[in-house]
Design a binder for this molecule. Structure first.
Ligand code: NAI
Length: 335
């Protein structure tokens, strides 16, 4: 099987090559992201391997079908960047890595919360300049505060467990949650409005779907506690960024920590330091002292990269041998 690996970075090459030792598949590592402009690069391969910001919509999928490609191997858990209905119509299968290391994302979520709260990023800068003043670095104790976890899947549960370790009052909302799993963690599920209303920290761990698109908008922000902290390590589209900027500027939302951003495909994973950034929204966010942005690095641990590479290879190999694989997305993901 000859696989075009789009958006390849040095770490992708290192981890995929290591996992491939036992399979011997042939990879064509391409730096380009897969999108309408680069779609012709798919020709000559049997499968494509893509990541979160490759955009597989109509033109790309039709070109893939025309080129005889039968499998899209996502080297991530989320699949909002693939038009699944059309892929299904064109008989192109989609496999993903459903669970590689929820703890990696949960621990990064904690890093965002603690950094925003105790302002360690600012302290680090100050100390380097021999500024030992504490003014402006005041934080709050986590113990006894209420945190709202939206989405109780793998990452949400892992995050809730960590937060319980701080002796926080953990509320959660998930319309499809597994009650047994929730009970086992010892957290309380509540309606979404109640969560917004009571939480000092709200952290998003649900997928981006038609239902969750811009779930954080002017109205939901209004129902949050003044001074609340909002964290998003899931997908940028969960948040109406403009509404969040307004709320931050009005002094209602107290803190924002994001590892994902709605327009991230034009920015993230690249060194843009020599370019003039045209995106006004991210510039606005960066100008606010109570905002912390990381560039989609929640997954970026040695353990997670190893697991992603191993599952991706297993998906490709199993599909090559049998025409199917256990991590294919089921129809109920998009019907
Ligand atoms: P999962 O599929 O295990 O869990 C998602 C949960 O969200 C499910 O329990 C589902 O019932 C729930 N959900 C669905 N619709 C909802 C709604 N309207 N409101 C509240 N909950 C809802 O997914 P997992 O692995 O926990 O991933 C969570 C998110 O994290 C995904 O968006 C994924 O794309 C993102 N992610 C981000 C990474 C990063 O590097 N920042 C890395 C890996 C995942």
């Amino acid at each position: 099987m000859y696989v075009a690996v789009f958006g390849s970075k040095p770490y992708d090459v290192e981890y995929l090559d290591r996992a491939n030792r036992q399979y011997g598949l042939k990879f064509n590592y391409l730096k380009a992201q897969l999108n309408e402009e680069t779609r012709e690069l798919v020709r000559g391969h049997d499968a494509v391997c893509v990541f979160v910001n490759d955009k597989l919509d109509q033109l790309v999928l039709e070109t893939m079908a025309d080129a005889g490609i039968r499998l899209i191997a996502l080297r991530c858990a989320g699949f909002n960047n693939v038009n699944l209905r059309l892929a299904d119509k064109l008989d192109i299968k989609v496999a993903r890595v459903p669970a590689y290391s929820p703890e990696a994302v949960a621990e990064h979520t904690l890093a965002l919360i603690l950094t925003l709260n105790r302002k360690t990023h600012k302290a680090w800068n100050r100390i380097r300049e021999n500024n030992f003043s504490l003014n402006g670095l005041l934080g709050f104790n986590m113990i006894g505060k209420t945190v709202g976890v939206v989405g109780l899947g793998r990452v949400g549960i892992a995050t809730a467990k960590l937060l319980k370790g701080f002796n926080m009052n953990v509320l959660a909302y998930d319309p499809f949650s597994d009650e047994l799993a929730v009970k086992a963690v010892g957290i309380k599920t509540v309606p979404l409005q109640e969560l917004y209303h009571n939480a000092d920290i709200i952290t998003l761990h649900c997928p981006l779907t038609d239902d969750t698109f811009h779930m954080i908008d002017a109205e939901s922000l209004e129902s949050m506690k003044p001074g609340a902290m909002l964290i998003n390590t899931s997908r940028g589209g969960l948040i109406d960024t403009q509404a969040v900027i307004c709320s931050l500027k009005a002094g209602h939302l107290g803190y924002l920590g994001v590892d994902v951003y709605e327009q991230e495909s034009d920015l993230f994973f690249e060194d843009m330091s020599e370019q003039i950034i045209q995106d006004e929204m991210i510039q606005s966010l960066q100008s606010l002292h109570n905002v912390l942005i990381t560039g989609h690095q929640g997954f970026f641990t040695r353990e997670a990269l190893t697991a992603i590479a191993e599952t991706t290879l297993a998906n490709l190999y199993e599909f090559d041998q049998t025409g199917t694989c256990k991590n294919l997305l089921a129809k109920n993901c998009f019907l």
